[in-house]
Design a protein around this ligand. Structure first.
Ligand SMILES: Cc1cc2nc3c(=O)[nH]c(=O)nc-3n(C[C@H](O)[C@H](O)[C@H](O)COP(=O)(O)OP(=O)(O)OC[C@H]3O[C@@H](n4cnc5c(N)ncnc54)[C@H](O)[C@@H]3O)c2cc1C
Length: 301
């Protein structure tokens, strides 16, 4: 089946692009590997999106999904494994189908980065988690740890401090990249302990996580008993399937111009997967608008 615009990824960037594409009366297909909404779906509150000062991630994603659907965007839940440039049209391939598109917008965002310690994968669901708002409630009145220094790490620690008996916030550096205000809130909590300049070197578990081994910069090694470890050590762009048609920088982010155009005519990128300074909802939505407008111009030219 042929569409004017195929959008890869139904996060905030992709769904905003769909709204702009449909309002320009183009046929639009969104291909999504997981569920609509992207990273924000599990965020328990958003306070910085203009006009919506108090909204959950789920509500935000659902409103955006409904808006795109109402305008006539089509959604299919399939992972895109490659894109072929055929000049005047593109083929967007999933494991079971090939969709023809006049223009493509790649809005695949980013995925969680792993800590990289032994047994991490094996212990997911048995103490290791990447989502405090999804799994935090399972550790009510228990001792837990959060690994990382990002905004998400600080938000996770704050969220867990209301649930758990104690939260260790473990960061390999001595400074956080998250919001200063969240750091101040954490310092005011008496059930939060900071382990800075400290790396997690081992996960100890029988059936489930029992403790973690940490090593500080001065070489001291200690074992910390925890029931859960929430990993929040950053994210990696999801562009690996598209390097045949777009350029990536040394960290894997897609290179594009101000109009979100990649090196291939008719292929655009939008959102957190591209090289840019600020990766937020508002900039993802802005990219979606810019990329779709450029795609419409390309299709009409
Ligand atoms: C816990 C958390 C809290 C946050 N809180 C805020 C906040 O309060 N305010 C704020 O402004 N920002 C916040 N952010 C950041 C914000 O969520 C992102 O900037 C935004 O979601 C980026 O949107 P995106 O559409 O570019 O990418 P994403 O949200 O990452 O969406 C990309 C989508 O593409 C899909 N996808 C990936 N690869 C493929 C493929 N091969 N085929 C098909 N689909 C694919 C993914 O499944 C995903 O649904 C938060 C992020 C997190 C993790």
């Amino acid at each position: 089946m042929k569409y004017d615009i195929v959008i890869v990824g139904a996060g905030p960037a992709g769904m905003t692009a769909a709204i702009y594409g449909r309002r320009a009366n183009k046929t639009v297909l969104l291909l999504e590997a997981a569920s609509y909404g992207g990273q924000i779906i599990n965020a328990h509150k958003i306070e910085n999106y203009p006009v919506e000062p108090h909204i959950s991630g789920f509500e935000f994603a659902t409103k955006l999904y409904e808006q795109a659907k109402e305008l006539g965007a089509e959604f299919k839940f399939e992972k895109v494994v490659g894109i072929e440039d055929k000049g005047d049209h593109k083929l967007v391939n999933t494991p079971s189908a090939s969709y023809e598109a006049g223009a493509v917008i790649i809005a695949t965002g980013s995925d969680k980065r792993k800590l990289g310690v032994d047994r991490e994968d094996e212990l997911v669901g048995r103490g290791v988690s990447y989502c405090a708002t999804c799994d935090g409630a399972f550790f009510r009145k228990k001792v837990v740890a959060v690994a990382g220094g990002t905004r998400t790490a600080l938000e996770d620690a704050l969220y867990l401090a209301d649930i758990a008996e104690k939260v260790y916030l473990i960061h390999r550096l001595d400074k956080f990249s998250g919001a200063e205000a969240d750091y101040d809130r954490l310092k005011a909590r008496d059930n939060v302990e900071f382990l800075l300049n400290t790396q997690i070197t081992k996960l100890n578990a029988d059936k489930k996580l029992e403790s973690i081994e940490v090593k500080s910069k001065d070489g001291t090694v200690q074992t910390v008993e925890v029931s859960a470890l929430f990993v929040a050590v950053g994210r990696v762009p999801e562009n690996q399937n598209f390097s045949a048609v777009i350029d990536l920088d040394d960290k894997g982010y897609a290179v594009a111009g101000e109009n979100c155009l990649t090196r291939t005519a008719g292929i655009f990128v939008a959102g957190d997967n591209r090289v840019k300074e600020v990766r937020q909802l508002v900039t993802a939505a802005a990219d979606g608008a810019v990329a779709a407008t450029a795609a419409v111009k390309y299709l009409n030219s």
